[in-house]
Design a protein around this ligand. Structure first.
Ligand code: R1P
Ligand code: GUN
Length: 309
């Protein structure tokens, strides 16, 4: 097997083990916190943070709302389940190579996790999804994968890895079952926690109206700029995967466009023109909803992790 200068697995594991107390060194569950969702760290006790800049091969998260540390600790009642959470992830639009984007997933797999819970902030394409809804992904649609931007391109990083990775059951039905049991126990309605398909786009632009319409037409419920590369690497590593999107904004898909010619004609006829309110998504709005609704996501994740003990 090749040695990868950009993916120094042994050095990363060594650096982590040199600082993390021994009872936390072999987490069973990995968690990735999406935009504005790092508050999940509050549910980890016996917390031990390892900054990304002390782990060989890790990049820095440059996106507001993403911290740059691995959080080791225990989650859930009783003895607790050893977990490791990424407080902040890497996105290709930050300039990170896809192999670097998924490197932390592979490092967590080498630390011994068997289950991975991914969270993200996403735009709602399905008009039935209100802002604040949590969507358990049951599938994805990744146009970049289909056009040559797949995280598994290139040499295998372990001799045990499959070259061709099936994705028919990428999002573990067993973990989704636990999630919906958790939603029931927490008294959350079907409108608050549901299932759907995630469209992965590279970003960093949000969708144009035509792009939003296209993604909806081809079956996506939510859209975001992360998660799918991590799912692919996790499946290649043999991990069970659950992914949760928090709908932070509705993607605006107008049925018609503003008729500027008609507006000009109205203006020329001396009548006042009524302008529609501007609807523009911003990352600040995404972070705000993340903060407001992150608690619910945290409780669900806690439930699933506890059930895995
Ligand atoms: O997917 P996460 O990392 O949660 O972040 C989402 O929010 C950012 C855009 O506001 C993008 O990075 C998008 O992917
Ligand atoms: N692509 C995309 N990513 C997001 N992340 C949060 N909201 C959105 C959105 O509307 N579009």
């Amino acid at each position: 097997m090749h040695d990868f200068p950009d993916l120094p697995f042994d050095a990363a594991i060594e650096a982590i083990k040199a600082t993390v107390p021994s009872h936390l060194q072999s987490p069973r569950v990995g968690i990735v916190c999406g935009s504005g969702l790092s508050g999940l760290v509050d549910s980890i006790r016996d917390l031990h943070l390892v900054p990304y800049n002390t782990i060989p091969g890790f990049a820095e998260s440059t996106v507001p709302g993403h911290k740059s540390s691995l959080a080791f600790g225990l989650m859930g009642s009783g003895e607790g389940v050893p977990v490791v959470a990424m407080l902040g992830r890497f996105h290709p639009y930050e300039g990170h190579d896809l192999r670097v984007v998924v490197y932390p997933i592979r490092v967590m797999a080498r630390l011994g996790i068997t289950n991975l819970i991914l969270t993200n902030a996403a735009g709602g394409l399905n008009p039935n999804l209100a802002v604040g809804t949590i969507v358990a992904l049951h599938d994805h649609l990744a146009l970049p994968n289909m056009t040559g931007m797949n995280a598994l391109l290139g040499p295998l990083t372990s001799s045990s890895h499959a070259r061709f990775v099936p994705l028919s059951d990428a999002y573990s039905p067993a973990l989704r079952r636990l999630l919906f049991l958790g939603a029931h126990h927490l008294g959350l309605s079907a409108d608050e926690v549901t299932e759907g398909t995630y469209a992965w786009v590279s970003g960093p632009t949000y969708e144009s109206p035509a792009e939003g319409r296209f993604l909806r037409l081809v079956g996506a419920d939510v859209v975001g700029m992360s998660t799918v590369p991590e799912v692919l690497a996790a499946r290649q590593e043999g991990l069970n995967v659950m992914a949760l999107s928090l709908v932070t904004n509705a993607v605006v898909i107008p049925e018609t466009y503003r008729d500027i010619r008609a507006e000009v004609a109205t203006e020329l006829a001396g009548k006042p023109v009524e302008l529609p309110p501007a609807q523009v998504v911003s990352h600040e709005e995404v972070l705000e909803i993340g903060k407001a609704k992150g608690q619910v996501m945290m409780k669900l994740v806690e439930y699933v992790v506890s059930a895995l003990s």
